[in-house]
Design a protein around this ligand. Structure first.
Ligand SMILES: C[S@@+](CC[C@H](N)C(=O)[O-])C[C@H]1O[C@@H](n2cnc3c(N)ncnc32)[C@H](O)[C@@H]1O
Length: 245
């Protein structure tokens, strides 16, 4: 199957955000709406654990939700207390994100996005394996790495096997070796991986640190920092559950 071109992929997401329900627009189209909703909460929980273990705090942390779609994750991170902003190339996704969540949102391609200041964490949830053009994929990771603070982390979801696997015309799971080569060029390495472990989903979150800057979680543990990030996250999840009742 031929991969979608850059423009073809942009058009695909614009149309999908226009026509799908909120959970399946950015989720797995093979799953129903409720299962996709569960998947979003599972990913949020795992991401919060990674952020908390790495930084040990919430306040003052600047996060870019790269390829934010309709902005659910950006909204949750802000509600917890992170200084989160979202960016997506789809104008339709960002229009819906602004309607649903109170956060700064931008329409831009990730390979060209620029803004003032840098981020403690750039998070890309289910995004990189939808970038079909290999040059665009490299440009995207390069640009996002430039947006990171010196001790910042890149966190992305991916399924990385020993071979590159293409599924249809809009999904390419690049191999672990391909990821590691590009990350090394950017002075990044995968420090922590968290598999979703939900139904048959083979994807994991991967947290990448710059070479020599991967000790903050150990530092935080050694200093016996209070788990303020955990408390904020637990409080937020309780409020979410109460709202669903
Ligand atoms: C599967 S959706 C995930 C959306 C969101 N992260 C979520 O989990 O709900 C993939 C998103 O990546 C965005 N995207 C893909 N390639 C992009 C690029 N080069 N620049 C900006 N956004 C991109 C699409 O527009 C789409 O909203």
């Amino acid at each position: 199957m031929t991969r979608l071109t850059r423009q073809g992929a942009a058009d695909y997401w614009q149309e999908r955000h226009r026509t799908s329900d909120p959970w399946r627009a950015g989720g797995d189209r093979g799953w129903d709406e409720r299962t996709n909703e569960v998947l979003y909460y599972v990913r949020l929980g795992l991401l919060l654990r990674m952020l908390t273990n790495h930084f040990g705090r919430v306040s003052g942390l600047r996060i870019l939700d790269a390829g934010c779609g309709r902005g659910w994750l950006t909204g949750q991170l802000r509600a917890i207390g992170y200084d989160a902003v979202g960016v997506d190339q789809s104008g339709e996704a960002i229009r819906l994100a602004k309607e649903a969540h109170s956060a700064p949102f931008f329409v831009a391609p990730l390979e060209g996005f620029a803004c003032d200041g840098r981020f403690d964490a750039v998070v890309a949830m289910e995004v990189f394996f939808h970038i079909m053009d290999d040059d665009q994929w490299r440009q995207t990771l390069r640009n996002l790495a430039r947006l990171l603070d010196d001790e910042g982390v890149l966190i992305f979801s991916a399924w990385m096997g020993s071979e590159t696997v293409e599924l249809g015309d809009y999904i390419v799971h690049r191999s672990r070796a391909q990821h590691e080569r590009l990350l090394a060029e950017l002075s990044l390495r995968i420090a922590v991986s968290e598999p979703y472990k939900l139904l048959n989903c083979p994807t994991s979150w991967h947290l990448c640190t710059r070479y020599g800057c991967d000790v903050s979680s150990q530092r935080a543990a050694a200093a016996g920092k209070p788990p303020s990030a955990c408390q904020a996250a637990i409080g937020h999840l309780r409020r979410l559950v109460r709202r669903r009742r």
